[in-house]
Design a protein. Sequence first.
Length: 202
Amino acid sequence: MGNPGCYPTSVLLPLVPLLHAGLVDADGLVADAKSGVSGAGRSPSLTTHFCEVSESYKPYKVAEHRHNPEMDEVLSREADRPVHITFVPHLVPMSRGMLTTIYARRNPSASEEAVLNCLRSFYDRAPFVRICSDRRIPDTRYVRGTNFCDIGVRLDSANNRLILMAAIDNLVKGAAGQAVQNMNLMLGMAETRGLDQVALSP
């Protein structure tokens, strides 16, 4: 049994409810993700050395990232048809945190409010997913050190496109914290046990 990684978490949490509800087109999905350096793991390398990362911002493993098949598998299951998402990860000069922006063609019924209502309903009992209201944009600062995923939505009506945004801490929700959450569920304990750190308020 595997534990979802940071990139799939930040891509799948916003998309799964909308695909399941038929609010977005399964074709033409694009995910643009930015990760702090800790997303590369603990092993030292030239590309993650401070002097290489500072004052730098770059994509990597474009169209060949190891998490792409995992995302395709889950999205295909939810859409009940083959789905292949274009996924481009980027390395940004911060120690931790992840911000993913997803672009999806919307179906006619998918107003911004309908999308927000779908997400709120789907995650109504999910203690670690927060749907941003009042047109707030997700920010890695407000999930740092927590197991939260903050999701925001904007409608680009001129291009008939939904813009979904998700922020997580790649070291917690994207890794260890998520593993603890899943362990709690598997052992019949409270889902939030050991994970109720208080986040900064936006």
